[in-house]
Design a protein around this ligand. Structure first.
Ligand code: HEM
Length: 142
């Protein structure tokens, strides 16, 4: 009988339980990202004239609807945590010196946290109407 071991990076110092949740997260977030990323690409780059429609007004119009803010926010959080956790696995698999491994892993999560904070700030505070030289051209500001 084939025995499948609990997923675990050989040099990870996290518990097997943490690694199991990490493994599951990669699968569930992967499925969600398929919908979010391909939906994003189709709507932005294929439908309604494709890439030529992309402009400040396009973004302003899209983010006037909370649905797209949630969509983009989810894509930001899920992809960054997914990518960082994937890189953590690669670092734990390939870096042999504990000091380098620790430094790379800390750097990964610091960058991930910084990008999530900055991205979330952009998505939640974006206001296309603050600049009057542009806002008079936007229907969402009228
Ligand atoms: C289309 C959506 C995506 C799907 C379906 C997907 C799926 C997966 C799955 C199932 C794994 C685990 C592979 C394994 O353990 O052997 C994985 C690993 C990984 N993913 Fe994604 N992913 C997607 C998007 C992304 C994005 C946007 C990023 C970057 C931000 C990313 C970066 C990574 C990295 C770095 C790994 C680790 C690779 C490894 O362990 O060798 N993925 N992905």
């Amino acid at each position: 009988m084939v025995v499948i071991e609990t997923p675990r990076s050989p040099r990870s110092r996290k518990s097997a339980k943490f690694e199991r949740y990490g493994w599951l997260y990669m699968r569930f977030s992967g499925v969600a990202l398929l919908v979010l990323i391909f939906g994003h690409l189709i709507i932005n780059l294929v439908m309604n004239g494709g890439i030529t429609q992309i402009s400040f007004a396009f973004v302003a119009g899209k983010w006037a609807d909370p649905f797209w803010k949630i969509w983009d926010g989810l894509m930001l959080w899920l992809a960054l945590i997914h990518g960082t956790n994937g890189m953590r696995t690669i670092v734990n698999d390939y870096s042999e010196r504990p000091m380098i491994r620790k430094t790379l892993n800390v750097a990964l999560w610091v960058v991930c946290a910084a990008l999530i904070i900055l991205g979330t700030l952009v998505v939640t505070t974006f206001d296309p109407c603050v600049d009057s030289s542009v806002s008079h051209t936007l229907s969402v500001c009228k």
